[in-house]
Write a protein that binds this ligand. Sequence first.
Ligand code: AMP
Ligand code: ZN
Length: 471
Amino acid sequence: MYLYNSLSHKKELFVPNDPNLVKMYTCGPTVYHYAHIGNLRTYIMEDVLEKSLRYLGYPVKRVMNITDVGHLASDADTGEDKMLKGARREHKTVMEIAKFYTDAFFSDCDKLNIKRPDVVEPATNCIDEYIHMVQTLLDKGSAYIAGGNVYFDTATLDKYYVFNDHDEEDLAVGVREGVEEDLNKKNKNDFVLWFTKSKFEDQALKWDSPWGVGYPGWHIECSCISMKHLGEELDIHAGGIDNAFPHHTNEIAQSESYLGHKWCNYWFHVHHLNNETGKMSKSKGEFLTVSLLEEKGYDPMAYRLFCLQSHYRRNLVFSWENLDNAAQAYEKLVARIAALKEEGEIDQAAFDQLKQRFVGALNGDLNTSVAVTTLYDVLKAKCNDATKLAALRDFDQVLSLNLLSAAETLRKKQAEEEAASADPEIDALVAARTEAKKAKNFAEADRIRDELKARGIEIIDTPQGAKWRKV
Ligand code: AMP
Ligand code: ZN
C-alpha cells in the first residue's frame, strides 16, 4: 500500500516495523462539546485506513486518547482549558461533561459505522506516565522550569518544524491569532509539558507532581498514551491536518527527545471539512452534528458516502446541495443492489478482477473516491448477481456503507408496500383487462381501465405484466 507521509511529503510504500502487528495511533476528541461533522470526517477516514489495512491482511492495534484535560482554547498553550469552558457553559463538573460528550462521540461513531479503536484511553488516566516523561525530559536537559510550569526546550532540537519548512514568523506561537506571548518561554516555540496552579488558579482537575499541583499539557497526552499501549515504535500516527502544527510537531519533539530515537514512521493527516465561511470548528459555536443531519432527514450513511467520495488529502466543502447529491447517490446505489438476486454460483475469476480494482484504489494512497466508483463497476459488470453481491459484501468491509443490509431493508419495505396495497377485486379487474386485450376486445379493456380510473386506480403496463397503483 502506498500512503502519503506528511513527514517526507511523498507517497511511500507502507512497510510496518512488524507485518504481524501494525501499530496505529489516532488523536481522539476533546470532549467539551459534540463532535461536528468536520471532526467526524477525520474519524471516518481514519476508520477506512484501519479497515483497509486489515482488509489487505495486516493485523492492526489501534489506540486513541480522549482529551479530557489540558487542551487549552489556543493550541499554543494559552487561554482557558476547553473542558472547563464546557463545564461552566453547562453548569456541570468537568468529569460530567467528559462522560456525556465521550458517550455522544461514540454514539455518533456508531451511526457512521466508525469502529471503536482497540484501546481508548482518557487522558486523565495516565498522570503517572506524564510525570515520568516530563521528569525524564528534565533530567536529559530537554525541558526547563519557569514561572511554575515545565516547558519543552525546542532549542535542544536539530530540527523542530518536521512537517514543513514553515516560515518561522508565520507560525511563531507569539504571533498566532490573538495569542499573547508567554514570557516564561525561552524560545517562542517552547511548549508546556506540565502546568501548575501558578498559571491557572481555577483549573478544575489538578494532580500532585514534583513541580507542584497542576495538570499536563495537551501534547504530552498523545506521546505517553501511545507509548503506554504501543511501545517505543509507532507505525502510523493519524489526525486532522490542523494537528500537524503545533500538536504533532510537539509530540515528535518530546517523544524523540525522551526515547533518543525515531518514534513514528508514517504521519497520516486528513484535510478539513470547510463550509462557506471556512473551517468548521467547535469553538465557532454553530456547527453541524450527525444528530442535526438526522433531524433534517439524512441517513448518516449519506454523510459517510459524501466523505468517501473525496480524497482525504483534499479539503472538502460542505453544502446542503452536495449532501443532497450524496444522499441521492446512496439511495440509487441501494435500490440497484436491492434489485440483485442471490442466484447462481460465484464466478471467481470475475470476482477477482473486480477485487483487484478495489484493492488498487486502496493501495493508491487510500483513494476512496475511486474505491466508491468500483461499486458501480460491480453493478455494470458482465457477471451474475451472486458474484456482484459477493463483491459488494467484500468491499463493504472497508467502506462500511451498510450496502447489503440497506438493500435488504429496502426490499422488505417494497414487499410490505406491495402487500399493504394488495386488493383481490382490483387484481381481478386488472387480470380481466389483460384477458380482454389478449382477445383483442379493446372496448372491454378500455371500459375496465376507465372504471378503475374512476376509482382512483392507475394501470401501468410493464414488461412483467400490468401493475396498478393508487393515484
Ligand atoms: P478536537 O476534538 O478539536 O480535538 O478534534 C478532533 C479531531 O478533528 C482532530 O483530529 C482534528 O484535527 C479534527 N478536526 C478538527 N476540525 C476539523 C475539520 N473542520 N475537518 C476535519 N477534521 C477536523
Ligand atoms: Zn494527539
